[in-house]
Design a protein around this ligand. Structure first.
Ligand SMILES: NCc1[nH]cc(CCC(=O)O)c1CC(=O)O
Length: 311
């Protein structure tokens, strides 16, 4: 197969998205010397609409649609995404060519005054706009007040520093990639905040008809991460996963086997159901469906009904 001479990566223009795109650019240029890789920066709807919480404006798809348009029109060859932002069902004609090795998958506690969630006095204001983080936080720390917080990682930190919140919750992966790991006061344990499907992993999206490109990108794939993310996304897909429902899914790999944990709740924290199961990496998708079914029988079916009926 002849190597292409150049590739264009479509990316959002937030500092985190640009870091991620440059990371893949660097990987490609190291792996394929002689290949020229350039970035095509784009602003997505999700970047433009900052004053409404994501679950109200239609969620994840908003961050990827413009990038997919660039792939369709041939203006770019691949798009680099945080897997957490990729819808559970890709539109027809697109494929994930590779899922890279996962960075720290956990949520991080960031505060200028307190060391951890457990140190926060009653009534402290915690910033997050993720229904997943909110539901888990309210269920486990009902004495805390949750307030919405949106914007890029930098914007969120600035709002914390301006005194609008006592603490905020962010993905550890984003902070670490941006060189802001020292802002993390503590990692939040999996029992306090189970991560989102795909959190901490990067995905490379291409047009499904670009078979030669898929081959070129395949070595970026990390098999263990891909199995984990496949299980997490299968679970989420079965439950209608989007950021409109408070849903967490997290898998860990050990010697070809996965432990997958999932959790679904109501945003006010009044209900939270949890399930887990083990299975082989080869059957990651089936494991995701299995834990989804366990969650449904444990009460998730009822929770999803309530959420669907809510205004
Ligand atoms: N929702 C935005 C988003 N998408 C991916 C990350 C972090 C990086 C990752 O999970 O790979 C973040 C920021 C955050 O949640 O703090």
């Amino acid at each position: 197969m002849p190597l292409p001479e150049q590739l264009v990566i479509a990316t959002r223009e937030s500092p985190l998205a640009l870091w991620q795109a440059r990371h893949v650019q660097g990987w490609l240029q190291t792996r394929y010397p002689g290949l020229t890789v350039t970035l095509l920066g784009m602003t997505t709807q999700g970047d433009r609409i900052l004053d409404v919480t994501l679950n109200k404006i239609g969620g994840k798809g908003l961050f990827v649609k413009e990038l997919e348009q660039a792939l369709t029109e041939g203006r770019a060859d691949l798009a680099v995404h945080s897997m957490k932002d990729v819808p559970m069902v890709l539109p027809e004609g697109f494929a994930l060519a590779a899922i890279g090795r996962r960075e720290d998958p956990c949520d991080a506690f960031v505060s200028n005054r307190y060391a951890s969630l457990a140190h926060l006095p009653a009534g402290s204001v915690v910033g997050t706009s993720s229904l997943r983080r909110e539901a888990q936080l309210r269920a486990r720390f009902p004495q805390l007040t949750v307030r919405p917080l949106r914007g890029n990682v930098g914007t969120r930190l600035a709002k914390l520093d301006a005194g609008e919140y006592d603490a905020i919750l962010l993905a550890a992966a984003g902070l670490k990639r941006l060189g802001l790991g020292e802002r993390i006061r503590s990692g939040i344990g999996l029992d306090d905040s189970l991560p989102a499907p795909g959190q901490g992993a990067l995905g490379l999206e291409i047009r499904a008809d670009r078979v030669e490109l898929a081959e070129l990108l395949a070595p970026f794939n990390d098999a263990a991460t891909a199995a984990c993310v496949t299980a997490e996304r299968a679970l989420s897909r079965r439950l209608g996963g989007s950021c409109q429902i408070p849903l967490a899914a997290f898998a860990e790999e050990d010697e070809g086997f996965l432990r997958l944990r999932g959790c679904v709740g109501l945003p006010d924290g009044s209900r939270l159901v949890y399930s887990e199961a083990n299975g082989s990496c080869a059957a990651a998708e089936a494991l995701g469906l299995q834990v989804a079914e366990l969650l449904l029988t444990e009460g998730a079916a009822d929770i999803l009904d309530q959420l669907a009926g809510a205004p």
